[in-house]
Design a protein around this ligand. Structure first.
Ligand SMILES: [Zn+2]
Length: 220
């Protein structure tokens, strides 16, 4: 799942208009932002195993700190509390941020094979395995993304060219990265995957920049 996570953040803007898209990106992708660093530190583990699922060759062996339901519940509460403390935001913003962090787990459960941890232990890992069924997997993700983009454009308007071109460039870029991951050859190494996943931080920065150049439609 890639653009489906961003879809949640784009759509969430409608429900928490004062929260920057950058923060919403951080929340929806917190799991995948923590994960590559833990992999590079040797805490979490995966292997490249072409054929492990039809759509991705990544075999996620151990990633409870970034991807278990329990860990994400804790991250969700911590992130929501930290945001409200720093920005003096209301309960609604905190709830939206917390739910976005948790949405990562639910969406990953849809696509992953049964490798998604529930607790920090190895027992009871789940996954519905949509990655073995490309048509519904891609259909669902593209549909979610389209809805998210639509909701974001309904709840915000561009203040300038950066807010319009910057936004649509982000949309196209996300679609291109998604397509490249689907169509490209298996990645050369675990480290290469982890380092390229670190680039999601740049997408967070892109989200902050775009949002800064757009305004809430309700107040303008
Ligand atoms: Zn993930």
């Amino acid at each position: 799942m890639f653009i489906g996570h961003f879809a949640m953040a784009l759509g969430a803007k409608k429900y928490a208009p004062q929260v920057s898209l950058g923060v919403l990106f951080l929340a929806c992708q917190l799991a995948d932002l923590i994960w590559p660093s833990l992999v590079l530190l040797g805490v979490e583990k995966f292997a490249i195993e072409p054929g492990v699922t039809v759509m991705t060759p990544l075999d996620f062996q151990y990633y409870p700190w970034s991807h278990s339901l329990l860990a994400l519940l804790v991250w969700a509460v911590l992130f929501a509390l930290l945001y409200t403390a720093l920005r003096r935001a209301g309960t609604r913003a905190a709830i939206v941020i917390g739910l976005l962090v948790l949405s990562h787990w639910l969406l990953d459960v849809l696509t992953h094979r049964p490798d998604m941890p529930v607790t920090l232990g190895d027992a009871g890992r789940i996954g519905l395995g949509l990655w073995n069924h490309p048509v519904p997997a891609i259909g669902l993700e593209v549909l979610l993304f389209a809805i998210g983009v639509w909701l974001y454009t309904q709840s915000t308007r561009a203040l300038n060219r950066q807010g319009s071109i910057g936004f649509w460039a982000l949309v196209v870029f996300l679609l291109l990265v998604y397509a490249a991951n689907l169509l490209g050859p298996p990645p050369p190494s675990v480290k290469a995957v982890a380092w390229s996943a670190e680039a999601i931080w740049l997408l967070v920065a892109w989200g902050f920049w775009v949002d800064h150049n757009r305004a809430d439609r309700a107040f303008s």
